[in-house]
Write a protein that binds this ligand. Structure first.
Ligand SMILES: [Zn+2]
Length: 258
């Protein structure tokens, strides 16, 4: 069986809740049969557990987003350690560094990134990395504190050279809607330069909507546009790309029933 996987979606966002079944049906109609739901806090995680009970093809990740780290208490950290062990949680993320929005707590971001890498290693799960305007620091931390159960760099938008360095650390890469934009020349070069066995596509919905729906609200069904675009860039047929991404997902997340 061949299908698309959305490796990064914020399906607990308010905009989807009222008509959740419609979004799920549209995903299935677009042959998107696995979606990794990213939870940034415990409210989102509780919601994701409820959604997964109804739609088992949803997978779940949880982690403290770099821009949010000042608001979490020691009690929250204890709770994160507990939920990280839950078998429905397949990865820790999105975690990392974001120097784009606010550079006033860079040291705290680094500290929390490292702490969550160590947590992922302890519970034997991979990490999902968010890195924006922070490629070098992200690299330095990953080189010094290895994610022993694998790592996926989500929404990669850096240079080819940096991608090659991350590749040597064993990382996987995921590309979102901007890959389909005319002006994203560098990302297209990165996709061509990396081997297919390190690649994923994602929506990061409700943000980063691919062409032809650019500018409108994104949804997990739309991952097929980015996937088809990636297949064209790699000069491969869609099924080859889907099959390899399913393998990549199994390899990284150790998910069996797919
Ligand atoms: Zn995200």
């Amino acid at each position: 069986m061949s299908y698309w996987i959305d490796s990064h979606a914020h399906m607990t966002e308010e905009c989807y809740q009222e008509e959740f079944d419609v979004y799920m049906q549209r995903a299935l109609d677009a042959n998107v049969k696995k979606t990794l739901v990213i939870c940034l806090n415990f409210e989102e995680l509780e919601r994701a557990f409820v959604l997964k009970a109804q739609y088992p093809f949803l997978d779940i990740a949880v982690g403290f987003y770099p821009g949010d780290v000042p608001k979490f208490s020691e009690e929250d950290w204890k709770r994160l350690e507990e939920v990280a062990k839950d078998e429905r949680v397949i990865a820790i993320g999105e975690i990392g560094l974001d120097y784009y929005w606010d550079k006033s707590f860079v040291e705290l971001q680094k500290e929390c990134f490292i702490r969550q890498i160590e947590l992922a290693n302890k519970v034997q799960k991979p990490i999902l990395i968010h890195s924006r305007d922070a490629a070098q620091d992200t690299y330095d931390i990953l080189a010094a504190y290895k994610a022993e159960y694998g790592a996926l760099l989500h929404c990669y938008s850096g240079s080819v050279e940096m991608a090659k360095r991350f590749e040597k650390l064993g990382l996987y890469f995921s590309f979102a809607g901007p890959l389909t934009f005319k002006n994203s020349k560098e990302s297209k070069e990165v996709v061509k330069a990396l081997p297919l066995n390190r690649l994923f596509v994602e929506t990061d919905c409700p943000y980063l909507t691919p062409v032809p729906h650019r500018g409108k609200q994104n949804e997990t069904a739309y991952v097929h546009y980015t996937g088809e675009y990636l297949a064209e860039l790699k000069e491969l047929d869609v099924e080859t790309v889907q099959q390899q991404m399913i393998k990549n997902y199994k390899n990284l997340f150790k998910v069996k029933d797919m």
